[in-house]
Design a protein around this ligand. Structure first.
Ligand code: CMP
Length: 232
């Protein structure tokens, strides 16, 4: 179902990198032409190669951007959360969607139609600098992913991802740094571009060596230095 937002439940555009520098009246004007949509956990927001006519801004929940091989193996290009936007590429280059966007949990997004986005950029040219900045950051991350895929083995990629996640979601505990996020081995596999089976082997090895422990899909890093040494 698609509905017009009321202000209290609006898209909170001041949190969105593209729009953060606009004044309140301009933000209200843009919010007024956006439409709210909700998706259930696991639901596809769109698929790769779909035509793309709208930009999405996340209000609630997380979205996985992924590519899937014909054999069904998937690689996660990014995970976005509240305040992030996605779907700008098809809007900017008029090509189909470059990847799938899947709701990880219940997701609430606000959509902005391409003509409205173009109009906003014409009125506020500084937005294009913010868009370029976001695209640069995404290219940087994509380069990093290519580098890791080429130069690190699966042990190194898993070790690196666990350390990245511990920096972002880590909570200090008696046993070590607990990653406060439920992650299945399948999800971890898609984050590092490996099969679930090989990630399962690596996690078993790290657990046997007491580098990590896992409880209810939450991973605790017990020996940071040893994991770090595994990245080469
Ligand atoms: P679009 O191609 O319209 O649809 C898929 C979206 O995923 C894309 O726009 C970007 O918003 C996002 N996306 C695609 N590739 C990457 C990437 N490598 N890193 C981060 N986000 C991406």
């Amino acid at each position: 179902m698609t509905t017009a937002p009321d202000m209290a439940e609006g898209p909170q555009l001041d949190r969105v990198a593209f729009f953060a520098d606009l004044d309140a009246p301009s933000l209200e004007q843009i919010a007024g032409v956006m439409r709210k949509r909700t998706f259930r956990a696991g639901e596809a927001i769109f698929h790769r190669d779909d035509p793309g006519q709208v930009l999405y801004v996340i209000r609630e929940g997380r979205v996985r951007i992924r590519l899937t091989s014909v054999e069904g193996q998937e690689v996660a290009l990014a995970v976005f959360g509240p305040g992030d936007s996605f779907g700008e590429m098809a809007i900017l280059d008029s090509q189909p969607r470059s990847a799938d966007a899947i709701a990880i949990d219940k997701v609430e997004v606000f959509t902005l139609q391409r003509p409205d986005f173009v109009e906003v950029v014409r009125k506020h040219p500084d937005i294009s600098v913010a868009v370029m900045k976001t695209l640069s950051q995404r290219i940087r991350q994509a380069n990093q992913m290519v580098e890791d895929l080429i130069f690190l083995d699966v042990f190194g990629r898993v070790a690196k991802k666990l350390l990245d996640l511990s920096r972002e979601y880590g909570v200090e505990t008696e046993d070590g740094v607990k990653i406060d996020l439920r992650i299945t081995q399948q999800e971890l596999a898609s984050m590092v571009g490996a099969s679930r089976e090989s990630v399962n082997k690596v996690m078993g090895y790290f657990t046997d060596k007491h580098y990590i422990s896992t409880d209810k899909h939450k991973i605790t890093i017990r020996r940071i230095a040893d994991l770090q040494k595994r990245i080469y």
